[in-house]
Design a binder for this molecule. Structure first.
Ligand code: MN
Length: 216
């Protein structure tokens, strides 16, 4: 096949403990999947349901990367999340992601009923750790944490998710064309907050590789 210009290189994430890469296909994200986070955003936990949105695969950044502060926002937020990496036969593995969000743009989109893409799917908005194969880790009740400049700002456990990993996969598979290479950001616990240039973010889930990035 001959292209009129060079196609983009495939996006991938390193697989922990190997020299292989996980090829990223699409990024699905879940919003409103922890009750305390729904509350801090002003939502009604009784009436709220988790929601789906997407980020472009090209928004992935690897651990250790410096991220330039994005344009057109005065309120960039961190959201630490468990990431599920789908393989050809179900879940391949798990990682830790940070769903960077231009919160002011999202607030306007919520008011106007507009799409979330500019709030969620801007350049370098999806830092993600190495992927740990699913058979190497037990995530039941695992702790999830985000540190900003060394201080813990988000702290919860995966059993607080409203939709569990298996429920998310069941719903996505029924509704979308879930495929090997797809990543699923499973939602963030409470404690989301702002990031400014110079801040270092470090996200962790017990048993998984951490994600560390600096905003410049
Ligand atoms: Mn999120």
């Amino acid at each position: 096949m001959s292209f009129v210009f060079d196609p983009a290189k495939p996006v991938s994430l390193p697989v922990a403990g190997t020299d292989k890469q996980f090829p990223v296909r699409r990024i699905y994200c879940i919003g409103k999947n922890y009750a305390e986070h729904v509350r801090e955003m002003g939502g009604d936990v009784e009436r709220s349901e988790p929601v789906f949105f997407t980020k472009a695969a090209e928004t992935i950044v690897h651990t250790g990367t410096e991220i330039p502060f994005p344009p057109h926002t005065e309120n960039l937020h961190y959201e630490v999340e468990l990431v599920v990496a789908m393989g050809p036969h179900g879940v391949f593995g798990y990682g830790v992601g940070i769903d960077l969000t231009r919160r002011d743009i999202q607030a306007t989109a919520k008011q106007t009923g507009g799409p979330w893409d500019r709030a969620k799917s801007f350049s370098k908005s999806a830092p993600c750790s190495k992927i740990t194969p699913a058979d190497k880790v037990d995530l039941s009740n695992a702790h999830i944490v985000l540190r900003k400049n060394g201080d813990i700002v988000q702290s919860s456990s995966l059993d607080k998710m409203i939709w569990s990993v298996s429920e998310i996969i069941e719903r996505l598979a029924a509704d979308m064309d879930l495929q090997a290479g797809d990543l699923i950001f499973t939602g963030t616990p409470e404690g989301v907050g702002p990031v400014i240039p110079g801040d270092e973010l470090s996200g962790g889930v017990e048993g998984l590789e951490p994600i560390r990035v600096r905003i410049t």
